[in-house]
Design a protein around this ligand. Structure first.
Ligand SMILES: Nc1ncnc2c1ncn2[C@@H]1O[C@H](COP(=O)(O)OP(=O)(O)O)[C@@H](O)[C@H]1O
Ligand SMILES: [Mg+2]
Length: 362
């Protein structure tokens, strides 16, 4: 865990040092076993933090623990330094947009959004002002009187988000809120969410299994696997220096090989010995090696790896080029130029493009 904490603390893009939320040694077991294991994590004031991982890794369970809908088996939740582990949801300054949100079908858009403010018994004109502001912010101006049944999926999702935002929670939890939308709508809602976060200065904890969505939205990404945190960092950190092969693979397409660190800035993988940057591994230690497809250079000049192009597909900006090397390893290369299918080619990898990492933590 220490390495993970360190990464997060070095995160330069944070706006504030205040930890609004802190999870200490959170574990959770259901009848069939442990689904969260010793989670240590903090969220800073104003941060957009995303829990990212494959389906079933425990994202929703962790979010429900933060919201107070689920109690951890062990560990504590702190809010602004105060232990809130046993506080019920309605006593937390937290609002949640659930994955399967439910709007009140018999109320119109205005009434749905105003609901929480009415419960708080705010003055009528204050409610009107707040709802009008949030309608504008979520692109719903003019929809006040529309009934819920006459909204599209994207409009309903906006109402659900507006309803949570209007109460100005210190912390907003969002569980895959865009999951049900089609690609184009999802993209435009992502931009809007990012703008809303910026304008309102609220703290967001967001859950998704979509790495691209996590990349474009977040200040900080927390990668999870099987209930264990794998990496905490900025999108750039996680892409450029993934903590292990699982993270590298989950975050983007990669060439991943088992290898051996040889000492003296040498590493062996894919049956070839390479120069690499200095690493704190023991000579002879087993490692995973990741090479991003865009970091491989193809040329006609002889180089450490020789192979034949087995496929070459134009992707719009670059080609996805598969190369089978003479030792039987397959490589994915991304390049704006292609040698063409069936051609012999040589692969060159700069020493700073060879990412060596410990075997993943489980
Ligand atoms: N109430 C529950 N009872 C039993 N098992 C649960 C419950 N909620 C979640 N789980 C299990 O916990 C694991 C993590 O689930 P979840 O947090 O929903 O993952 P994610 O949101 O990342 O898809 C899964 O194996 C799921 O089946
Ligand atoms: Mg979930």
């Amino acid at each position: 865990m220490e390495k993970i904490e360190h990464t997060q603390r070095n995160n330069a893009s944070q706006r504030s040092q205040n930890k609004i939320l802190e999870l200490k040694n959170i574990s959770k077991s259901f009848d069939k076993g442990e689904v969260l294991r010793n989670i240590n994590l903090y969220v800073r004031q104003g941060e957009f933090l995303t829990l990212l991982g494959p389906s079933g890794c425990g994202k929703t369970t962790l979010l429900r623990i933060i919201g107070g809908f689920e109690a951890p088996t062990s560990g504590q939740v702190f809010f602004n330094g105060k232990d809130i582990t046993s506080l019920p949801p309605y006593m937390r300054q937290v609002n949640t947009v659930f994955q399967h949100f439910a709007l009140f079908p018999h109320m119109n858009v205005y009434e749905n959004i105003a609901f929480g403010l009415n419960i708080k018994k705010l003055p009528r004109d204050e409610i009107r002002r707040k709802v009008t502001d949030i309608l504008a912010l979520t692109g719903l101006s003019g929809f006040e009187k529309r009934s819920i049944s006459r909204l599209s999926g994207g409009e309903k999702q906006r109402v659900a988000i507006a309803r949570a935002l209007v109460c100005e929670p210190s912390l907003l939890l969002l569980d895959e809120p865009l999951g049900a939308l089609d690609l184009k709508l999802r993209k435009s809602m992502q931009l809007e969410l990012k703008n809303m976060h910026k304008k309102l200065g609220l703290t967001f904890v967001y859950v998704t299994h979509d790495q691209e969505e996590a990349m474009m939205l977040s200040d900080t990404i927390v990668v999870m696997k099987d209930g264990v945190l794998q990496h905490i960092g900025t999108p750039e950190d996680i892409y450029n220096e993934p903590s292990n092969a699982f993270v590298a693979d989950f975050i983007g397409e990669s060439n991943i090989f088992p290898g051996t660190y040889l000492g003296d800035n040498r590493v062996r993988f894919a049956d070839v010995e390479f120069s690499c940057l200095p690493h704190p591994f023991e000579a002879g230690e087993s490692v995973d090696v990741v090479v991003r497809p865009e970091d491989i250079e193809l040329s006609r000049r002889e180089s450490h790896i020789s192979g034949v192009v087995t496929s070459s597909v134009f992707m719009g900006v670059h080609y996805d080029i598969r190369v089978l090397d003479d030792n039987g390893h397959e490589w994915l290369v991304q390049s704006t130029k292609t040698p063409g299918e069936g051609r012999r080619t040589y692969l060159t990898i700069g020493e700073d493009c060879i990412h060596i990492m410990p075997k993943e933590r489980t």
